[in-house]
Design a protein around this ligand. Structure first.
Ligand SMILES: [Fe+2]
Length: 482
């Protein structure tokens, strides 16, 4: 962004609703209603409330005993407060308007300072929430940034005021004590111009105090110094100063430096906010996609299981046992997700096997058995396009291979069989043995353990099977079954 003199234009962060949420000290619902629920419109109105404030006019009328003028101003305040939903301020302004109309100076005297304090507080609170914006078209400058100059030299403060007050709100303090008192009273500067040499607390003391307070730590501080001592400058940077300006102040240099610092500093802040918002949106989106993927895979698994009335929940259980085994084998979180899907989809090829064969209660003929044995091939064909999660294809095609090479469909042997298929092979057999079939009851745990142990190294990968034996041994109450 070009930062020629006086050209700072920082856009609102994208989500106006989030900004409105931060304006919770206002009755924003009421305000929004008056703006036809248009968040943009409402924030424009709130901005105008700050920009067109009648604070100074109110003070002038009060000190000049101009009660008619005072009445006009509190009336304006009442209306604008109502528009943005500043209810307490609106109510106070209304009472003041009534008093001014009735010439009740005593009431005004009693309540004027309280009204101003509340008005200033509302302005401050809004200002802290609204994104910074400087519109620098000649004559229409909106002074949003507040620069605090802390210097015991009146003349120096005066120069800063002369040079910068056309563009920025300027606050002054002649000592650290006065400066911190104003911060405590609620003044929140966007930049501090700090003299180094002052009686009492000097610039170093003040910046240390500022930087140790979470509330003020991010305010950029610029030192003003007549010293041309390099080590002093270095110390200042170490203490957290963003720049140095030499005294006596050169007006053009002062203006250029301050513009540049505010430009960079607040652009950066807004950028960080924007990056955070967008990153969160991406995280949310990918979370949503992951959930959808999981639901689709689960729906497919349910479709497979619905075909086989004797093995309800088979895919779910195989997937669960597969993940348990893989956890013990040191798989990472991401790998576990892949292997979970592989478990859920391993029997997808059964979709291509006729229902009457799958659900036949009697012994299968050789021909029917051959058809059943075609399901890994069919499953592999169905899943071969899912290259992003290779395990699902491998599991579907090779979960009936045997470690000794006597399995099907490809008679792969040992480590030729992808690991996921070797794991699912064990989980699949475990579930088959611990589930009832039309033609037999489920096995007892001891029998299951014996079968796995017996086939370790022949049907099953010995490492995977030994993990399964451990799981069985730990499952004292035999909870892991259909
Ligand atoms: Fe199978």
């Amino acid at each position: 962004m070009e930062n020629s003199e006086n050209q700072i234009e920082v856009e609102r962060t994208p989500d106006n609703r989030q900004i409105i949420d931060k304006l919770s000290f206002l009755a924003t619902e009421e305000g929004l209603k008056r703006c036809m629920d248009d968040a943009d419109f409402y924030l424009d109105i709130v901005s105008t409330f700050v920009e067109d404030n009648v604070l100074e006019q109110l003070k002038n009328c009060y000190f000049g005993n101009d009660w008619n003028g005072y009445r006009v101003k509190v009336h304006a305040l009442k209306s604008s407060s109502a528009y943005i939903g500043a209810e307490e301020l609106r109510a106070k302004a209304k009472r003041m308007e009534d008093a001014a109309r009735q010439g009740d100076v005593e009431y005004i005297n009693l309540n004027h300072h309280q009204l101003l304090a509340l008005y200033e507080e509302v302005l401050r609170n809004i200002d802290a929430v609204l994104p910074k914006r400087i519109n620098t078209e000649a004559g229409t400058q909106i002074k949003r940034f507040t620069i605090f100059v802390v210097d015991d030299s009146r003349m120096n403060c005066q120069v800063v005021y002369e040079v910068l007050s056309g563009t920025y709100n300027i606050k002054e303090a002649s000592s650290g004590a006065e400066f911190f008192a104003q911060l405590e009273a609620g003044v929140m500067p966007d930049l501090v111009l700090l003299d180094i040499h002052m009686p009492g607390e000097d610039g170093h003391d003040i910046i240390r105090k500022l930087k140790s307070n979470e509330k003020y730590v991010n305010i950029p501080v610029v030192f003003m110094t007549i010293d041309s001592d390099l080590s002093l400058e270095l110390q200042g940077f170490e203490e957290g100063a963003v720049d140095f300006i030499a005294k006596p102040l050169n007006p053009a240099l002062l203006r250029a430096r301050i513009n540049r610092i505010l430009d960079l500093y607040y652009l950066q802040t807004n950028l960080q906010e924007e990056v955070q918002i967008r990153t969160q949106a991406i995280v949310d989106k990918s979370q949503q996609m992951a959930t959808m993927l999981e639901q689709i895979v689960q729906a497919l698994a349910n479709t497979i299981d619905a075909k086989d009335k004797y093995t309800k929940g088979h895919s779910d259980r195989v997937s669960k046992y597969t993940v348990m085994l893989a956890e013990r084998m040191g798989y990472t979180e991401d790998q576990l997700i892949h292997i979970k899907y592989a478990g859920l989809l391993h029997d997808i090829g059964k979709i291509g096997v006729p229902d009457e064969i799958i659900n036949k209660p009697a012994k299968l003929t050789d021909e029917e058995f051959a058809i059943i044995r075609s399901h890994p091939g069919i499953g592999g064909d169905i899943l071969k396009t899912i290259t992003s999660v290779g395990e699902v294809y491998e599991a579907a095609r090779w979960h009936h291979e045997r470690y000794d090479g006597r399995g099907y469909p490809d008679r792969l042997k040992g480590r030729e069989i992808p690991e996921v298929a070797r794991i699912i092979g064990v989980a699949d057999a475990y579930d088959a043995m611990t589930s009832s079939r039309a033609y037999r009851n489920s096995f007892c745990q001891t029998r299951v353990r014996e079968e796995i142990e017996k086939n370790l190294g022949t049907q099953f990968d010995p490492l995977v099977a030994s993990h399964m034996l451990q799981i069985i041994d730990e499952d004292k109450d035999f909870k892991l079954h259909e």
